[in-house]
Design a protein around this ligand. Structure first.
Ligand code: HEC
Ligand code: HEC
Length: 478
């Protein structure tokens, strides 16, 4: 669900609407405690991948993916480019270096940010997302209709963590030219490398004999090729998870009791409420179960000291309001702006394969992320720095070890939301499971809920992937 850009009054209405939306999903779940494959949540029946083939070249980002079939010439060019390390300033980095096909097109390592640039020593500022299931992403809009059909329109759509690229083609320009990524000097620099590539004849075959006459049109064709590859190749949207088999009532799609309970936690507005943003129902453009509604929210992810840019205390990555994105910036530093702190609610498909979570990669296990959702408000001292307190010589035995802060303090104040200037704290989304409850209050999810939710989230991993923290079958059987 999206938070409105209007102030308080609307927020209550929205919260009610979201609760209603999720309740609808749950009701059709058969109570959520059945034996599995036969009780389908609303809108999950249709397989999202089985749609008409995408047009060969200028396919819009939102075009449905083809079920199968040979790649168009443009997509074949895109495939060559995707794995071509020569298309970088270092000569050693391709798209696949950060978006590894063996890891659902996300990094193979657990670094918060990757190193790139001419000497592969320049750190990025954001975690690398998976490239899977982006084929239905619409262009960014301040007031995008919510796929749940009930929540009010709000910021949604677009590529990257802040939505600044409208299409996969626009997006591809960024890493090719970014000084900390593939670090080409200019579009013309990329085009020169393409002309020298072994697959240059394929490029002229796909885009015409005169494609190289003008560097700008050649570059435009090249990024179209990368888009066509990501839209057409089914490895970007295989729909082979256990959840997909469950949703389409196929063999092997029986969720275990723990997984079914986890699905209920995921959708239940009173506990996890994950589905209100990581929406699993019928989505835009004929999609279904993408586990995102493409919306942006500020959830107050802690600052990550491991990101070099954060050594500057005046630097804040505030998502939609900048600095990487430049069309929603505050008029002056600290000036009112409802977009500051908002990042995209990403798809949770293949999330259990990841080793760096959130836009800044500050967390490294799924369990830690879920515990953050559960205790951000009830135990902020586990997630944000303490100012003015005394570190205890020895933690109390009951002090949890799963937080980002592992030292217990006496006294002092927690600097909650330490990665957002205080002017923008009102932008923090107030809905469950982070509803602003008091420190020391009971968290919304029980230990059993957390266990079950982890079991459920693992069912979203595609068949060709390996979980970052693999579960034993008996972990989730009951
Ligand atoms: C050095 C690592 C690196 C390389 C190389 C790289 N990317 Fe990325 N990619 C990223 C990061 C980091 C982001 C998130 C950027 C942001 O939010 O500003 C990203 C985001 C994306 C997205 C948006 C996904 C989403 O969820 O919206 C797409 C699409 C993408 N990259 C495609 C590519 C393509 C195509 C190439 C090769 C031309 C490429 N990337 C090369 C690091 C990389
Ligand atoms: C209010 C909307 C909202 C709710 C509710 C919500 N999320 Fe999120 N989720 C987000 C946003 C926004 C991000 C990205 C935040 C960032 O990076 O700053 C995110 C990121 C994540 C990530 C990191 C994914 C990645 O690729 O790095 C995981 C995992 C996740 N959420 C799981 C959950 C689970 C599980 C629940 C329920 C317990 C949940 N979320 C509830 C909005 C929400």
């Amino acid at each position: 669900m999206r938070r409105t850009i209007a102030p308080a009054a609307g927020a209550t209405l929205l919260a009610v609407a979201a609760a209603a939306a999720v309740a609808v999903g749950l009701a059709s779940c058969g109570g959520g405690s059945g034996g599995g494959g036969s009780a389908l949540p609303l809108g999950l029946g249709a397989g999202g991948g089985a749609a008409a083939p995408a047009p060969a070249v200028a396919a819009p980002a939102a075009a449905p993916a083809p079920a199968s079939g040979p790649l168009s010439l443009a997509a074949q060019v895109g495939q060559k480019m995707f794995f071509d390390k020569a298309l970088s300033g270092s000569g050693q980095m391709s798209c696949a270096s950060c978006h590894d096909p063996a890891h659902a097109y996300a990094p193979a390592n657990d670094l918060a940010v990757q190193l790139g640039g001419p000497k592969l020593d320049q750190p990025g500022t954001r975690a690398v997302p998976s490239l899977r299931y982006k084929e239905f992403t619409p262009a960014y809009a301040d007031l995008l209709d919510n796929p749940d059909g009930i929540s009010a329109p709000g910021p949604g759509g677009g590529f990257t963590w802040d939505g600044r690229a409208d299409t996969l083609a626009d997006q591809a320009r960024v890493p090719l030219l970014n000084a900390a990524e593939m670090a080409n000097a200019s579009p013309a620099d990329v085009v020169r490398k393409l002309q020298a590539a072994s697959y240059a004849p394929l490029i002229t075959q796909a885009f015409g004999a005169h494609v190289f006459d003008n560097p700008d049109t050649a570059f435009a064709s090249a990024v179209q090729a990368l888009q066509a590859y990501q839209l057409e190749d089914t490895s970007f949207h295989p729909y082979t998870s256990k959840f997909d088999r469950y949703a389409s009532n196929k063999l092997g799609g029986n969720l275990s009791p723990a997984e079914v309970r986890g699905l209920k936690v995921f959708t239940d507005p009173a506990t996890g409420n994950c589905a209100s943003c990581h929406y699993q129902g019928a989505g835009l453009n004929g999609s279904s179960a993408l586990f995102t509604d493409f919306s942006y929210e500020a959830i107050g992810v802690p600052r990550n000291a491991a990101i070099a840019a954060n050594a500057d205390p005046t630097y804040y990555d505030m998502g939609v309001c900048g600095p990487l994105r430049t069309d929603h910036q505050p008029a002056s530093p600290g000036a009112a702006n409802s977009f500051c702190g908002m990042f995209k609610a990403p798809t949770l498909r293949n999330v259990a394969t990841r080793s760096a979570f959130f836009h800044n990669g500050v967390m490294h296990t799924l369990e830690q992320v879920i515990r953050f959702y559960n205790t951000r408000d009830t135990n902020p001292e586990l997630w944000y720095p303490i100012v003015g307190g005394q570190p205890k010589a020895k933690n109390d035995p009951a002090f949890p070890t799963y937080g980002l802060i592992t030292t217990q303090y006496t006294g002092g104040t927690v600097r909650k939301f330490d990665d957002l200037p205080s002017a923008y704290l009102p932008n923090i989304d107030p809905q469950m499971p982070m509803d602003g409850r008091k420190p020391g209050a009971k968290p919304p999810m029980s230990e059993q809920d957390i266990h079950d939710l982890i079991c459920f989230l693992h069912t979203l991993d595609d068949a060709d992937t390996t979980a970052a923290q693999p579960l034993k079958p008996e972990d989730c059987a009951q």
